[in-house]
Design a protein around this ligand. Sequence first.
Ligand code: PLP
Length: 428
Amino acid sequence: MKLPMDDLISELLKEVSPPYLANKDWEPGKPVYYSGPYWDNKELKVTLKSLLGGKWLPAGEEVSRFERKFSKKFNKKHSLMVNSGSSANLIMFSALKKRYGWQDGDEIIVSCVGFPTTIAPIVQCGLTPVFVDIDFSDLNWDVSQIEDKISLRTRGVISSPVLANPYNYDQILDICERNKIKLIADNCDALGSKWRGKYLTDHAIAASCSFYPAHHICTGEGGMVSSDDEELIRIARTLAWWGRDCYCVGAQNKLADGVCTKRFSKWIEKYDGIIDHKYVYTQMGYNLKPLDFQGAVGCVQIDKFEDIHQKRRTNKKLVQKHFEKIPGIRSVEELPHAEASWFGVPIICDSKDTKNRLTKHLEDNKVQTRNYFAGNLLMHPGYSHLDYYKNYPNSCKVLDLVFFVGCSPTITEPMIDYIGTVTSKFKK
Ligand SMILES: Cc1ncc(COP(=O)(O)O)c(C=O)c1O
């Protein structure tokens, strides 16, 4: 007998419900990964349904549904899903440059500590990154240095709070307003973080996000660009979809005449005839589209967001307590108006030797650790031509003294107790 697809998938998942999901099979001695997909059978079910459903595999109705759901949840009018957070940053800068008529060499202010693909797209788009050092108390960029870096060519600042911890947003908003420059958010690590009860991205002209498994929402790979500016997202979509002019998304693709109602028209001046709008190219674009099942998974994940947010906050506190029992170790606290949706637990050591020995002790005991990404990116071969790294002395200390461990909802109470056992055995 042929079972309907939903029943078939439910039957299949009864048999194979993978024990690694949400670390149900974890026991001491198994690795404590710093993050991972916080999935259960719901995500697997929609994945299988999307793959087996016989529909178009690339971005379609599910991606379009996720874009709308994401916009609604995170207070932005429009969103575009792409295949990674790095692609989101690339498309965001490309679209901003076109939308606002920025010229090659116009400047964007950025921290020199962080993730490489916050900075690379600035350069890839012909803009110039101008760096500021960090404040070592919370590792975020030192906002007090920003105004000195503003020139006649400054168009914006790109803000990426370290491990999701908001710095003083009153200050950055004031700087942007007084100097008439744009606040752009690389929000890949900080989805859900708030300042004075509002999402950090509420204040930004455009925001990016990542759905890699280290991040709050996981679709395998994936990213999002969001904005209240419809035209900006339309340009971004064109750029991410081969440069084509057609802006039909999801089910709109099934409309015979498209959303514009004139799909088959005389679209281009240099061709005297009827042409399909889907094959009209107004930009030199890329192909950065995700797959449709990723949109379906995103829709499931977003329903879990409040749980994810609270678990990250609780886990951060519990893990931090264990580490702070070690003399000479501190983490970072939220400012009074901040609510961080922690990406990880920052650990700051009093010496390079302590950092090296502590991370080795943790790794030897299968507790995963991570550098705070690149540390000072200007030390790296791909970035050192942009500025002299020693001009940023606090940033230079990051690789020596800082690392982070996970606080993802995939880390369960027994795993946190185990982290406590491991840290208690560390001899300073
Ligand atoms: C701040 C920041 N921006 C951008 C990215 C890139 O995201 P993806 O790995 O999805 O390309 C990351 C990745 O962790 C990140 O932490």
